[in-house]
Design a binder for this molecule. Sequence first.
Ligand code: SF4
Length: 84
Amino acid sequence: MLLNAPPQTIAAAADCPFLPHCRLLASELTRRPLIARVYRDTFCLEGGLSCGRRMVAEQLGPECVPPGLFPGHLGTAKRFLAGA
Ligand code: SF4
């Protein structure tokens, strides 16, 4: 049943392990703290939505996450991983 659910509806079982060092959040915290908080509350904490950045980081390592990849870009993340 879970495999048939759209990726956006699969909630994270724990806080993102990349949260302390996520370059996107660090950048947004500096420039747009309210946006950073929305990302954190929506994607990064336990029960959050699937994150494209986390998807790439888990498979290739956090250093391989494209800087312009945003959490909601699941399709872009999948295409990036397919080409990796
Ligand atoms: S934006 Fe994505 S990769 Fe970064 S901490 Fe949040 S869930 Fe993890």
